[in-house]
Design a protein around this ligand. Sequence first.
Ligand code: NAG
Ligand code: NAG
Ligand code: NAG
Ligand code: NAG
Length: 965
Amino acid sequence: MRAAACIAFVCALSLHLFNPPTLVSASSLDRRDGIPSAAADAENIVPGKYIIELDSPAAGSKHKRSLTPHQDFYDELARRGISVETGIEFNDPNLFVGLEVSVGNSADLDVILSMQRVVAIRQVLMMAIPPLVKYQPVNGVNDPALPPDTQSTHVMTGVDKLHAQGNFGQGIQIGIIDSGIDYLNPSLGGGIGSNFLVKGGYDFVGDAYTGGNTPVPDDDPMDTHRGAQFSVESRACYGHGTHVAGIIAAQPGNIYNITGVAYKSSIYAYRVLGCTGTAQDPVVVEALLRAYRDGNDVITLSLSSGSGWSTSTTGVVASRIAKKGRVVTASLTNDGQMGAWNTPAPASGDDVIAVGSVENSVLPSINVTLSDGHAPIPYFSLRAFPVSGSLPVYATSTDVTITNDACNPLPANTPNLAGYLVVIRRGGCSVATKFANAAAKGAKYFFLYNDGSALGIISSGGYIAVLIRAEDGVYLVNSFASGANVKVTFSPSTAPGFTEIPGGGLISTYSGMGPTYDLRIKPAVVAPGGNILSTIPRAFGGWGVSSGTSMATPFVAGSAALYLSARGKGDKTARSVKKALQNTAMMVPASTADGAPYVSVAQQGAGLINVYNAIHARTVVSTSELLLNDTAYGNNVQIITLSNPTKKSVTYTVSHTPGLTISTINSATKLPYTSPLPTSSQAASVSILSQKFTVWPGFFNGFILSIQPPAGVDPKTFPIYSGFVTISSSLGETFSIPYLGVAAKMKDMAILDRTAQSFGIQLPALLDSAGKVPKPNQTFSLIGNDYPAILYRRAAGTPSFLADLVMPNTQVPGVTPAAKKRGLFWNWLNGIFGNNNGRITVPSGSFFNVPTVGPVQSFPYKPRHIVASDEGNGYDWVRVTSFLNRTAIPNGTYRLLIRSLKVTGNRNVEEDYDAWLSPVFTIGTPSNSTTTTSTSTPLSTSTSASTSSSTSTPVSSTSSSTVSV
Ligand SMILES: *[C@@H]1O[C@H](CO)[C@@H](O)[C@H](O)[C@H]1NC(C)=O
Ligand SMILES: *[C@@H]1O[C@H](CO)[C@@H](O)[C@H](O)[C@H]1NC(C)=O
Ligand SMILES: *[C@@H]1O[C@H](CO)[C@@H](O)[C@H](O)[C@H]1NC(C)=O
Ligand SMILES: *[C@@H]1O[C@H](CO)[C@@H](O)[C@H](O)[C@H]1NC(C)=O
């Protein structure tokens, strides 16, 4: 559960970029608090905006026309009388040619798609920094008492050994696409230009960019930090790109004695984010193309947007760049608690190295002493608690197993807590709620004790609060309960030390979980991302600790630079980086206990990178991922070859190490499970032919594998089985190849959420724009906000989502719509008592024979929704305001038919859609209305909105204005 597993305030309080505050309240684990209104947008797409890809004859081709592909396209638009607003143009014939357009009339999209030059149309997505899990600036530069960091992350991954060999990424150029870099931070070189670490870059957006306004580019990629606006909670201007840059290239000679992974590489900074931390993806595509053109060997993006599919524009472009022989690394989400099937773009792109996060193995900590002589207790912080002397302990609960300590207002008889150190158990609600409840009784100082979640530094959000270990909290609470009156003594000048953390090296609870819906392994690898000390803008003190996949991703980018530096850069080497890192990665167990099982490949990919082993490997394994697909499309037999480039014969022994099988979908609700996902040790049955063989010098040999899905698992839970084929060589090396498959048919996965879990109302639901349940057959005028809308959630991603207006008596062949003439309340009641609420059992015959009045919405490749999202995709609305082509809906009584194509489904087969039919509603003039009769839609901007109910006219007749270029 998100709030319980969050390390920091940030996690609970971070700005919901696209969500209304009612969507995810900081303290709730579900969203019964309120049904959002249709005026709020909870999707990560930018309505009406598209990226059009144009076919471009390669340079020098005979067929090259005299005009640029863009001019050609504009001319054709003009000929066809289509008016669109155009934006950024892309013109890299080797990678991506196209442009950004805003299309007011969706029928125009059909025309555009039919144009010869047009290869693809994709929606514009909002990209965001995955919400940071924690952020703590340190008073560092002025705090000479701080001890040197042990560079534990480098030790965990073999980077320390490469540094010892003199490999610091020399000669490699790394492009960072992010919020810019505060290159004036002395630890990042103190300047920009050929004599500095940061050699160049570009600002694609300007300081005032919000992701919603027009970018104002300039040449200076400074990570702007407006001190006054700085706010951890709002993720504003906190120097994300500067932290990322330090992980790659912080320079030696700082008082923390830490360095970046590849600090002798050259850095180029591409700024695509303003202070709000969001960008529209055309800007990111521009930055990717520029980073490629500038000759960066490695390009890294700690950015993401809900996707689930490998088809988004940024994923596609990033993947093409990787295929051209550059390394592209991109982060997964920080939404690991939300379950599987949650791969964002651009990480979802094939060949992009998608990165997840493991915890650091040490944490900064400071000891307090206890008045009863008990051993000192560490709290986790880089800053001393600003209290001198002693405080008595007050525990908000004496139950040390309580799961919702201080989640509700404290009892009336609670004393004034001003003079106490208030001890609260973690979990059950956000830390903000807990502290606020105690603060209401005067509390000022807090110890939060752990509940088994990952330990870390908490961002205290204005409260004086730190996290302590579970066992220490239990001790304090028990002695409070016994009346021992123990006091805790602080010394504010104490310098922090580093405490070894048992969870170090384990997967971070927030680290996002794949795979993609087309069953690619994401993440590819994991790297240290939890509790990372790195550079931040000078204005905040220059150094800070953060956690997130955003931190793990540049670690892999830096590691790739070490690889290229050692092995010689070039296309071929670059293309082998992902495979080398995967084959030599270390499998991550589920806990530190002896014999603990291994975490699913859906969460760890190939495991924790060891870049030293990747560089020094002396065997070439033919593959680094086995994608077994589902039980309908299984690739369960695989052949693997091993090449021995050495001068000696090498003997290989092959074996199998299973990972935990995870259930991803709750078979009762058909919704994705959230953390902790049910696991089972039912493993795939693997046979290997042959398990041991010798390869002569300069030769290769292979083995055949058969990997069958585990028996005894319930396909209704869409179990993901996974594990590793491990190979040990007589040279003492080990390699592994992760495999992943689904023990079910993806086509059986329900797309639509039909529960009442999220909003206390059965979904999908017909509502008014304010989020209220309308009267049965309510009349809507379509004036202003008086329109009906469908609130729905996707339990799974869909390749195609369609919403059509149909007549109330519509007979989908063989189907009687439920809830006929009975309205939503009836539906809702029936939902509660187990009726399937308007569910159409899709019959045989063509779906497209269902007569429709006209389409209202149509989208390709949508991600799943997540239960409580910080990333802007928690639910969706279908607003019935006009037809898709913006013509007006004529007065009449209708239903809305929703169809979502199932994963691997055939677009032309109706059984392959998950469909729902709404209750009836009427479009017209309300009987008590005094407004004038009008059928014009509030959104319509076209000059001659048709009142015809036919909407399938492929060519718009509305206008013939010229193209604005
Ligand atoms: C910095 O760290 C290195 C390697 O861990 C160590 O050898 C060196 O002594 C440290 N320097 C200082 C000033 O602590
Ligand atoms: C805290 O005290 C313990 C002894 O109880 C000691 O082992 C540890 O090093 C101390 N930690 C710090 C950061 O001073
Ligand atoms: C799995 O099979 C589906 C259906 O053929 C296909 O679309 C998808 O790309 C396959 N995935 C992999 C990883 O092969
Ligand atoms: C809905 O209301 C409209 C107008 O008030 C009426 O004409 C129509 O018959 C009603 N339809 C149903 C199915 O109740």
